[in-house]
Ligand binder design. Sequence first.
Ligand code: AMP
Ligand code: MG
Length: 494
Amino acid sequence: MSIATRPSFAFDNSFVRELEGLYEPWRGTSVPAPELLMLNEDLAAELGIDTGALRSPEGVAVLTGNVMAEGADPIAQAYSGHQFGGFSPRLGDGRALLLGEVLDIHGRRRDLHLKGSGRTPFARRGDGKAAIGPMLREFVIGEAMHSLGIPTARALAVVATGEQVVRETMLPGAVLTRVAASHIRVGTFEYAAARRDPDLLRRLTDYAIARHYPDAAETENPYLAFFEAVVDAQASLVARWMLVGFIHGVMNTDNMAISGETIDYGPCAFMDAFDAATVFSSIDHAGRYAFGNQPHIAQWNLARLAEAVLPLLHADTEAAVAVASDVLESFPDRYNAYWGKGMLAKLGLSDGGPESDALIEDLFSLMKAQRIDFTSCFRALSSALRGDPARARALFEEPAAFDGWAERWRAQVATESLDPHTVARAMERVNPVYIPRNHLVEEALAAANAGDLGPFERMVGVITRPFDERPGLEAYAAPAPEDFGAGYQTFCGT
Ligand code: AMP
Ligand code: MG
């Protein structure tokens, strides 16, 4: 029976084949009592994997690294990273394994990756393990981002290991299986560059071009076109974060994927009350990764990528610096274009222009001054456009200021469009009603730690249809109670 139910993945492991020097072959550590907590059926279907097989004891053993799937070629990937600005030449997968790559039903190559599967040669002082809470957190935030249409790595499964892991307290352990376009990071390039191995750097870049940006290969300077494509993908990605109030929390260069997907969900969270200075991470004392700083940090990280690939851009260093700088300096314009377009859509406007810009700026000032919940505010605007401003007004302690703004805004919408109802409907396709609210995430994780997955599963059900308002789910749309918000901190989960 077990043979028939063993999950089969159509592995094709190009990273292992082509990028020797950037990994160590490795195996997972056995875990005593694996138990499947969450399986992402939607994603399994996309990968063409039979969910029944994944749920079988053998499938679950594969998802912890206890049993190697046929065709897997597990490795720990090597990478460097700038962590909070300081360079660490050798980070790498300390507690993770790339099992291999799978072509999904659309023919897209996806990494299948375990996190929390035991110590690797890159583990340094870490124990190689992960706890249930942070892995479920990565599951739900990743699904929320995906459902919001934001490129992201996604969790396929979370399996409890039956082991306790030692953190500040003892916590139940887990292994996360995640799927990503790849796990090639800015830090992977920094690693190849730091090795002073021109061949390795070239092989990595050629590989990344072929896998993620094949069009770059057709240009006059493929390496420069590659850099430009990465810059553009990051400008677009971070703009999307900023449009939903997402704070990554630890934008080190080892946590920035070349593909343009969000990866490595650690101390991330969605902002409630709007304030660009918002920081949740317990270790981000200086606010380096504060909400409003994210575009700036993305550009800073891209400068590290530019430095790494510099020798490929031009034989002459000065000329290489000049072309790289030109591209790097285009980041703010690209970011502003993506963000501006997204913000117009959130406000139901189509024409950028001085009045639209003023409306955007003034709304943010109002939100900041009155500490308005970011998500609720944008969502409430569509009701106001339909002639029911009560929902939006109720968010403001001093609604008069909002009334003045709303009058100008409705007038602007009216100059652009004849039908406010159509505009309102379009706004509701970009302004979510449900995001994973921090206080509810914490509640659901506490219940999961105590053995009750009910609240977590319900939350996943809610946030995977973020734009679709449903009766009975009001609690999921409301910001945290006053006493929760102020001291809220998130942790890296290491
Ligand atoms: P992060 O910034 O959390 O993505 O991780 C930074 C580095 O620390 C990476 O190289 C991880 O593999 C490593 N790391 C984090 N937690 C652990 C752990 N518990 N055991 C071993 N390595 C870890
Ligand atoms: Mg990381």
